[in-house]
Write a protein that binds this ligand. Sequence first.
Ligand code: CA
Length: 235
Amino acid sequence: MAEKILIVEDEQTLLETLAYNLRKQSYEVITSSDGHSAIKAARQHHPDLIILDIMLPGLDGFEVCRILRQEMTTPVLMLTARDDEIDRIVGLEVGADDYLTKPFSMRELLARVKALLRRIRLIREEMGGPTSKDTHQIYTFDNLIVDTARREIRLNEQVVPLKPKEYELLLYFSQHRGQVLTRDLILERVWGWEYIGDSRTVDVHIRWLREKLEVDPANPKRFITVRGAGYRFEG
Ligand code: CA
């Protein structure tokens, strides 16, 4: 089955060029030219990847990314015309998976698209095969339950709302309980091969998970810091 890519870009010529080249690579392409219709299209078509321009009529790319991040973990490749936007793009506020600065070559874009989609396949494989979306897998750690079918975390039988990246990070830990995981490895597996952020991103997310899931976040029993190495999930 072809992977589905949503392209959001209001410059018609660029939109058509992108769509043409991605279709030539056998991807299924959906297009959108403004922020509101982009959100609608993402909800309706559940793309495997979103290519999102920042300067858009209506909602801009930042707002679109923020809204979609609450609802889905689809990787987002942002397009920007300005270098000074990069910190915001990869920062925690917006949390895009990758970005390209205009002008970019089609070869570069295709390489990024491939890398992001490969990461998603890898995550699905680790979760138990390409059809894992439909596989009901439950990890139980005492009073903590990670339910992959519902994408839901329950602590003492109460659902704990997690942001998409917090969920993915916890899932990755759940699959590697007891192993020491370096920040670089975590960044690679949870944020993607091409992610340009620094390892503090991992630390901040661990802090949030501790605040939500530890009895005493200052004295963690689940998410253990391994000095000079990284983190270990004790369950
Ligand atoms: Ca634009």
